[in-house]
Design a protein around this ligand. Structure first.
Ligand SMILES: C[S@@+](CC[C@H](N)C(=O)[O-])C[C@H]1O[C@@H](n2cnc3c(N)ncnc32)[C@H](O)[C@@H]1O
Length: 531
């Protein structure tokens, strides 16, 4: 009878959820991270947690720090039954959701506290510590947090958990840390969170917390190919943890795909291994895992396939980089001019084709002045070049840091043209790549606003056999996700991202190995050879 009543309330909840969602714009929902958990998933998560609790436990004190309309409370009622739930509290910032949750679940014993959880948890009058948390916290990206909020959250997380959260972390990271601090020792929690933190640098502190400060029991990642819960879960993971020091020799169960009860792949990963792993999405190491890279859990990275270097720093692009037409007009000898790409801002194309003479088919064509002959030889033999070099004095070019240290001062760093380039800085959130990958079919080199990617011998061999290979490689590079790029790169004020060669080199090359499996075995053989 009670169950029947609860089903009806759950049906009403779903209708109200839809109604409130439809009143909000996508931008508003993004700002508050309002994406509700499908009830079937909430039930699946609660059912798994129930298998961990002592069946006789009846003093459940439930909490959801971002309750919405109460999908998880509804699931808790379904799975544990009302009798086992001694108390329940939900915190919610949005008054419309507060009102809805109160109206729907007040009779079933859910207390709603309206307000910002991150402030409520810090206040002395916060609700009593729960021993069961089921939550899908707001996925608010760091750039939607004000600087003051970020600093407040960082200080609070540090104060309550000792963790120094990276400024790139989204709001969910703070929710997880602060809620765990609030939870009773010995309590259990399940979190539906973005999987991004598992692989990126700014997730390191949270990963450390999960391996060292609590007992991480289960990590289940959904498969993008499974459509049961729609697109919402494509990059989500369920973390289940126990608030207790990890027992000696503890292993964490990593699963992928299917349901929590019947995953498609599973593997127990020892904490020691996990602590050493830079990326967690490679677990379970199973053919079914979309992010598995190799048998050793690390796998090939772009650095195994490409020699990556910054383009040249001329010391003064405005002096050394000229329009080709201008250089010709000045009579500068061709042999001291090399084609060079314009700055990324002025390069609209992502595929650069070339003239017969190797210059890119773009306008205007640029060249860089590069000569290693001593001054007296230039003066003697190349009067036009000598005349141009004389103009440097008045412009103060020779006093520059780089130029002043070179001999002769007009000699550039040597680079051969690279078939692939990546812009060195850029912007972009979510799936958007902050950096652009360019396929360069010209003989142009690039300035240090680009990274140059030269295929390593093995990849070069494939390219010799496959005339179309360059296009494929370019496509694979364009498939590196925005998350991976931002995760390896670094961010500057105002959301400007930069990436250094070694950082780009750390990105997984799994997609390349999938396309050309022979890559892996060859590199592996090289490793063994040198070991
Ligand atoms: C991802 S939704 C999840 C809602 C619900 N728990 C569920 O699973 O369907 C996150 C919820 O957190 C709320 N929220 C956002 N910021 C909050 C904050 N600082 N404190 C409390 N709730 C917040 C949003 O309004 C939204 O209802």
């Amino acid at each position: 009878m009670i169950a029947h009543h609860e089903n009806q309330v759950e049906a009403r909840r779903q209708a109200i959820q839809l109604e409130i969602d439809s009143r909000r714009s996508a931008a508003e929902r993004n700002r508050l991270g309002q994406f509700a958990t499908p009830n079937a998933l909430a039930v699946e998560i609660a059912q798994y947690v129930a298998t961990l609790l002592d069946r006789k436990t009846d003093g459940i004190r439930f909490a959801d720090p971002a309750i919405g309309t109460g999908s998880f409370f509804s699931a808790a009622l379904t799975v544990f039954g009302r009798k086992r739930i001694a108390s329940a509290v939900g915190i919610e910032l949005d008054p419309a959701f507060c009102a809805a949750a109160r109206e729907l679940w007040g009779d079933a014993g859910l207390e709603i506290v309206g307000g910002d959880f991150t402030r409520i948890v810090a206040s002395p009058s916060h609700p009593r510590a729960p021993n069961l948390i089921l939550a899908n916290p707001p996925y608010v990206r760091h750039h939607h947090l004000t600087r003051e909020d970020k600093e407040r959250l960082q200080a609070l997380a540090h104060h309550l958990t000792g963790v120094q959260v990276n400024g790139l972390a989204g709001l969910y990271v703070y929710f997880l840390l602060l809620t765990t601090a609030w939870m009773e020792e010995g309590g259990w929690a399940a979190w539906l969170v973005p999987s991004e933190f598992m692989d990126v640098n700014y997730g390191a502190a949270l990963k450390r917390f999960l391996t060292d400060c609590v007992t991480l029991v289960r990590v289940h990642r959904f498969d993008a190919e499974d459509v049961q819960f729609g697109d919402a879960l494509v990059s989500s993971v369920v973390l289940v943890l126990h608030k207790a020091a990890p027992p000696r020799g503890h292993t964490v169960e990593f699963t992928f795909g299917g349901t929590m009860a019947r995953p498609h792949a599973r593997e127990g990963v020892a904490l020691d291994r996990l602590r050493d792993a830079r990326k967690w999405t490679v677990y379970p190491e199973h053919a079914g895992n979309d992010r598995r890279t190799s048998a050793n859990g690390e796998g090939l990275t772009l650095a195994d396939l490409f020699r990556i270097q910054r383009g040249i720093a001329t010391g003064s692009n405005k002096f050394f980089v000229l329009e080709r037409a201008d250089a010709t007009r000045r009579g500068l000898p061709k042999k001291f001019l090399r084609p060079i790409l314009p700055s990324p801002r002025h390069l609209k194309a992502t595929i650069i084709n070339a003239n017969e003479d190797g210059y890119p088919l773009i306008a205007p064509q640029l060249c860089v002045l590069d000569c290693d002959l001593p001054e007296h030889v230039v003066e003697d033999k190349y009067p036009a070049l000598w005349a141009y070099l004389q103009t440097a004095e008045a412009l103060g070019i020779k006093d520059g840091y780089l130029v002043g240290r070179r001999t002769p001062w007009y000699k550039q760093e040597q680079r051969s043209p690279a078939p692939f380039l990546c812009t060195y800085m850029g912007r972009g959130a979510d799936e958007k790549q902050p950096f652009r990958f360019i396929l360069n079919r010209s003989a142009a080199i690039a300035t240090n606003l680009y990274l140059m990617l030269h295929p390593q011998p093995r990849l070069a061999a494939i390219l010799r056999q496959q005339p179309d290979g360059n296009t494929t490689i370019h496509e694979l590079l364009q498939r590196v996700t925005g998350h991976e790029l931002r995760g390896e790169g670094r961010v500057y004020g105002g959301g400007l991202h930069k990436i250094e060669p070694s950082e780009l080199g750390r990105i997984s090359a799994a997609a390349f190995v999938e396309r050309w499996p022979c890559l892996e075995s060859t590199v592996q053989r090289q490793v063994e050879l040198f070991a």
